[in-house]
Design a protein around this ligand. Sequence first.
Ligand code: BGP
Length: 481
Amino acid sequence: KLDDFPPDFLWGAASAAYQIEGAYDEDGKGPSIWDVYAHQPGNTFNGTTGDVAIDHYHHMAEDVALMAKMGLKAYRFSVAWARVIPDGDGAVNEAGLDFYRRLIRELKQNGIEPVLTLYHWDLPQALQDKYGGWESREVIPAFAKYCRTLFTAFKDDVKYWVTFNEQNVFTGLGYRWGNHPPKVQDVRRMFAANHIVNLANAIAIKLFHELVPNGLIGPSFGYGPVYPLTGAPTDVLAAVNADDFNNNWWLDVYCRGEYPYFMEKTLTRMGLMPDVTDADRALLKQAHPDFLGINYYHGGTVQQNRLEKPVAEAAKKDFSATDPYLMQPKEDQAQSPEVPMFNAVANPYLKKTDWGWEIDPVGFRVGLRQVYEKYRLPLFVTENGLGAVDQLANGEVDDQYRIDYLAAHLRTMKEAITDGVEMIGYCAWSFTDLLSWLNGYRKRYGFVYVDRDDDGPKQLRRIPKKSYYWYQQIIAQNGAQ
Ligand code: BGP
């Protein structure tokens, strides 16, 4: 039924600066940790970089025109911090700021609500070099300054703001598994960096509420519900533990302003709890997000620890460095404090994408329900989508598999709304094809095909896929299928 989606529901699509913009050193932009990391040999798949990406920087008006033609109600993008403040905490680069000013103007003129992400992983390299990046408290005032610049510049034009994109994923990959910058493999440092990011998140939210009283702000979290592999109470306990490690460690801080009780006990026992001062605790308590962004790709299934074999065979087989959502205990137990508490395993009931990500639309409803029940914040789905190898044939892309995937998720999202979950909108990942951090340009998510491969930009032609026309219809019917 048409009226199941709220009348003002924001049908959107998403992107991130490094993955689309290109123009990595143009108009005064400084290098980000991703520019430097991708330029070092061996760090990325096929040596791909975002130097050109899909050159959105120079195709912005064309891309927005495609959004408008689709009928998009919202577009989520991120601002490249180093474009606006090239050295992270020094002078503002007006030319950089102007790019986003033009983008926002173009969106508004086409009736598209901008959803601005402040941080989608591209820290200015200068802050990494000067202070040590997210491991240093000195990055916090730099982030606050950057936020203040954007809040002041765009407070009248942008209503929806996201602080951090998937803090769980960028700290996990950057500080624990070491396959994102800054390439650290140290679980203690991962937990410590999280505390710094939490403080930066809290300061940004507080500042926002002072400067942009009519706007709405929240973090976007990479969320997945956790299932026990069986009904054995030991597996159920493992799932409770995994929920703490995978979700509550972040969500409780965002939404309740405090670290989850059992997590704090556990990490303290393990010697992994970051240093948290009384002033820090007070600050975390003062920041109240207006909504919670949810990026949903899949959940996770766990079983009890098998002492004699700490990592289940299935888990080993399924471990994929390209799946950031598997907080997968590895064999190195020093790096995996969860090993005694749960082992991640494949869910025997779920099919997988070509990249081994489980496809679980029901988990979407489960997750939305669980998070809303617990925190009672309006939810905004800021990412959800299917990565696949798409074929351009006779000038067309028939991505029926993507339509099937998205349609199934829209159905379960609609059920969650009927259940009572309060939802602002849904941004599919992604609007155009773009760079997949660890998979180059082969793994595609877009509604719009972009003519490029790992080896070069080609012509960067934009070609709407079958899913583009399908989503156009969905939007026109306010979600009715
Ligand atoms: C999320 C990120 C996005 C995007 C997406 C797909 O974690 O927020 O930036 O990359 O995942 O991931 P991937 O490209 O690795 O398949």
